[in-house]
Design a protein around this ligand. Structure first.
Ligand code: NAD
Ligand code: GLY
Length: 365
C-alpha cells in the first residue's frame, strides 16, 4: 500500500510517497514526474551496498540513463569538497537542466545532494530517497539543503525543494539501532509541538526503543504523522519567516551539546532529545507548561532509549556561552521554542541565564 502526503507550496508542491518495498518502483515514480533522461544517484558506500543495486535497476528499467557519485560516509564529509565531487560527476556525465540528482541516503547525503542540485546549472531536478528515520521524517522534507563550514554546521546552503520524496520503510531494517533512536527524537518532537493525539499514540506503545518492537501500524503512524506535521508547517512557512522556527524545538540546547561534544560523541537526534528535556524543564520552570506534561515528554524520550541527561563532563557555562552562537539568536537574545500544552509551542527570548543554568545543573550526570 502506498500513502501519499502532499507538501503544498506556492512555487512547487510535491508528494511524499510512503510505500513498503517502494524502492523497487523508484524508476516508475520518477517516470511519472516527466523528468529528463539523465539521472545521477548520490549515495555513500554504507547505504549503496544495501540499496544501490535495487535503486539503479529500478531507475534504469524505467528508461533513464543513470550514473552514480559515491561519497564517503559521515558528517565530517558534509563539506564543499564533497559538493565538488558531485559537480565533477555531473560534468563528466553531462547532466543538463532537465536532469535529476537522486539522494539515496540519510540526512547528510540528502542535504548535500539537494545543495548540489540547487546550484548545478542554477538548479536541476532533485529526488529524495531517505534511508534513515531522521531523514524520512525531517531532513528530506522542506527544502533545507547545504553543507558545513569548518567554523559551523549548515552555514552554507539554500532552500531548494525536491520534486518528490520516496520513503520505503523496509530500508530501516538495516539501520543501526542508535540511528533509529536518534530519528525517534525528531518524531517525538512532532508530538510535542504539533500533534497531541500522535504523542498519546506513541505513549500507548509498550516499547519504542527498537524498530522491530514497534507494530507495523504504529511505524506507519509514526511516518505518516511526522511527515504530515512537517508538511503542514513547511506549507505555512517555507522560508522560516515565523512558524517554521517551531521545528527547532529542542535544537537550541541540542546544538550546543552537539557542537561541544564534537558532533560524534552525541549525534544530532540524541542532542535534540536532550534539548527537548531541557526545553520542557525550562517551560515548567517558567510556569508555562505543567510538570505532568514535562514528565510525560521525558518518559517518552526515555522509552526510546535516548539519553535524557547531559553527557558526563560537559561544562554548563560552556553550553550557555555557545547558545550565543546559535543561528536563532536575534539581537543578542537566545530564542527558545517552549511548550505551553501538549501539541502547542511558543517562541520566546525571555529565558534568563539563571533559569537555563538551574535546569542544566539538574540535568547533569
Ligand atoms: P546520516 O546521513 O549521517 O546517516 C546516519 C548513518 O546511517 C550513516 O552512517 C549512514 O551511512 C547510515 N545509514 C543511512 N541509512 C541506512 C540504512 N538504511 N541502513 C544502514 N545504514 C544506514 O545521518 P542522519 O541522521 O540521517 O542525518 C543527519 C544530517 O541531517 C545532519 O547533517 C543534519 O544537519 C541534517 N539535517 C537536515 C535537516 C534538514 O531540514 N535539511 C533536518 C535535520 C537534520
Ligand atoms: N529541521 C528544521 C527545519 O526543517 O526547519
Amino acid at each position: 500500500m502506498t500513502s501519499v502526503i502532499k507538501v503544498n507550496l506556492p512555487q512547487q508542491s510535491y508528494e511524499i510517497a510512503i510505500a513498503s518495498g517502494g524502492l523497487d518502483k523508484l524508476g516508475e515514480y520518477m517516470a511519472s514526474l516527466k523528468l529528463g533522461t539523465k539521472v545521477l544517484v548520490v549515495s555513500n558506500p554504507t547505504v549503496f551496498q544495501h540499496y544501490g543495486e535495487e535503486a539503479l535497476n529500478s531507475i534504469k528499467s524505467a528508461g533513464f540513463d543513470v550514473t552514480t557519485c559515491i561519497l564517503p560516509d559521515g558528517e565530517s564529509y558534509k563539506n564543499l569538497e564533497s559538493i565538488e565531487k558531485i559537480y565533477n560527476a555531473a560534468l563528466e556525465n553531462r547532466l543538463e537542466r532537465s536532469s535529476t540528482m537522486v539522494a539515496l541516503g540519510g540526512g547528510v547525503i540528502g542535504d548535500m545532494t539537494g545543495f548540489a542540485a540547487a546550484t548545478w546549472l542554477r538548479g536541476i531536478n532533485f529526488v529524495q530517497v531517505p534511508t534513515t528515520l531522521l531523514a524520512m521524517v525531517d531532513s528530506s522534507i522542506g527544502g533545507k539543503t547545504g553543507v558545513n563550514h569548518p567554523k559551523g554546521k549548515n552555514l552554507i546552503g539554500a532552500f531548494y525543494q525536491p520534486q518528490f520524496v520516496l520513503i520505503d520503510p523496509e530500508v530501516l531494517q538495516t539501520l543501526p539501532v542508535r540511528e533509529f533512536r536518534a530519528g525517534m527524537a525528531e518524531v517525538i518532537k512532532y508530538g510535542v509541538i504539533w500533534d497531541a493525539k500522535f504523542f498519546a499514540e506513541m505513549e500507548a506503545s509498550p516499547r519504542l526503543d527498537e524498530m522491530n518492537c514497534i507494530s507495523p501500524e504504529l511505524l506507519n503512524t509514526i511516518l505518516m504523522s511526522s511527515c504530515q506535521a512537517k508538511a503542514d508547517v513547511v506549507g505555512k512557512d517555507e522560508r522560516e519567516a515565523g512558524l517554521r522556527a517551531i521545528l527547532n524545538y529542542g535544537h537550541t540546547i541540542g546544538h550546543a551539546v552537539e557542537s561541544l561534544t564534537g558532533y560524534t560523541q552525541v549525534i544530532h537526534g540524541e542532542a535534540v532529545g536532550i534539548g527537548m528535556v531541557a526545553a520542557g524543564h525550562i517551560a515548567a520552570e517558567l510556569r508555562m507548561w505543567t510538570l505532568e506534561d514535562t514528565q510525560r515528554q521525558n518518559a517518552l524520550i526515555a522509552k526510546t532509549g535516548l539519553p535524557t541527561k547531559l553527557p558526563n563532563g560537559l561544562n554548563i557555562e560552556a553550553i550557555i556561552d555557545s547558545l550565543q552562537l546559535d543561528k536563532k539568536v536575534k539581537a543578542g537574545k537566545v530564542r527558545f521554542v517552549l511548550p505551553t500544552q501538549m501539541g502547542v509551542v511558543t517562541v520566546t527570548d525571555q529565558v534568563s541565564g539563571d533559569a537555563i543554568r538551574k535546569v542544566l545543573q539538574a540535568m547533569g550526570n
